[in-house]
Design a protein around this ligand. Structure first.
Ligand code: PCA
Length: 325
């Protein structure tokens, strides 16, 4: 009994030392979007939770707005371990790994509920793909639904011909091409400048990015389409993840699970608030007209078929699993 007590005492003492480490591991976490954006704010919540749940043995410092690495550089930085952890818009990498475009399939999953089901169907395959890229996803979080920003009223593709369009991945470039527009890829952090200098005069995104970038200074119309709800992922370098002891891993995963759930709720809560802010700043926010929507849906069906060709049997398996849910 006495022995047991002393074993227990030293176990308690041991856990005390684990929770008050002399040298905390410090990780920088580049994020691509504005500090005020909800994804970035949730990144800070995640970092605080990690510090708390690991008893301070792992400290994450968030660098929003592409300040440490630009959005387009974050995945490579994490893959190579230049940054141990980072956040990125994953479908931006669908050109390299088509499966990562699972959340950019037009009109497939247009509500948070359906988007969550689609993620449940895609998760294992996406995680396997990320593992091949030397990455581990800790949590993912959807943006609100995607619609079109223009500087004029648009009721069909007749109005979009020749418009300079800011794209954020290959799927949005395809969408633009199909509408006769001229796509140019620009990071959200550089969007205001692209609009100000005339590099772009239209784009597809959520209300969030229009709000973050104050696009009412250059554009006038937002058409709600809800084409898809793409996700950001917080990813960690696989080797560095595997190098953590299991207690730390569990603590980080708990922080990630909680943050992912809170971030989804925050995205849903803010979706209509963003539209109100666009309107309050003088933009016309309305549903896309039936003719335009019909054209968009036809393009969407073609894009889904193209994605299935590029993503192969894994892509088909995701769609089959989703359609059975
Ligand atoms: N905003 C990001 C990606 C999706 C979104 O809603 C952007 O426009 O870059």
């Amino acid at each position: 009994m006495k022995f047991m007590t002393s074993v227990l005492m030293s176990a308690v003492a041991g856990s005390f030392f684990i929770s008050a480490p002399a040298h905390a591991e410090k990780w920088d976490m580049p994020m691509a979007y504005a500090a005020t954006n909800f994804h970035s704010k949730m990144g800070v919540v995640f970092a605080d939770k990690v510090k708390d749940y690991t008893g301070g043995s792992l400290e994450i410092t968030v660098h929003p707005g592409g300040s440490l690495f630009k959005g387009g550089e974050i995945k490579r930085a994490v893959q190579t371990g230049q940054a141990p952890i980072g956040e990125r818009f994953m479908s931006a990498h669908a050109n390299e790994a088509p499966l990562l475009g699972w959340d950019n399939l037009p009109f497939l999953a247009t509500t948070y509920e359906d988007n969550e089901k689609l993620w449940a169907a895609a998760k294992d395959k996406v995680n396997a793909q990320l593992s091949d890229l030397n990455l581990v996803a800790l949590y993912t979080c959807a943006w609100p639904g995607q619609g079109f920003y223009f500087k004029k009223a648009v009721s069909s593709s007749a109005d979009t011909k020749g418009v300079k369009f800011r794209s954020y991945n290959s799927a949005t470039a395809t969408f633009a091409n199909e509408l006769g527009m001229l796509p140019v890829q620009v990071e959200a952090a550089e969007l205001s400048q692209a609009l100000a200098t005339g590099v772009a005069e239209a784009f597809i995104s959520s209300g969030a990015t229009g709000y973050d970038r104050k696009v009412w200074e250059h554009l006038t119309h937002y058409y709600k389409v809800n084409a898809w709800l793409p996700r950001n992922y917080v990813i960690v370098n696989k080797g560095m993840w595997n190098g953590l002891d299991s207690t730390t891993k569990q603590a980080v995963q708990k922080a990630a699970d909680e943050t992912g759930a809170d971030c989804a709720a925050e995205s849903a809560r803010l979706a209509s608030w963003y539209f109100e802010q666009l309107e309050a700043n003088g933009m016309k926010v309305e549903d896309a007209g039936p003719g335009f929507l019909k054209e968009l849906k036809a393009i969407g069906a073609k894009m889904q078929a193209d994605w299935l060709v590029s993503a192969g049997s894994d892509g088909q398996a995701i769609l089959d699993a989703y359609n059975k849910m």
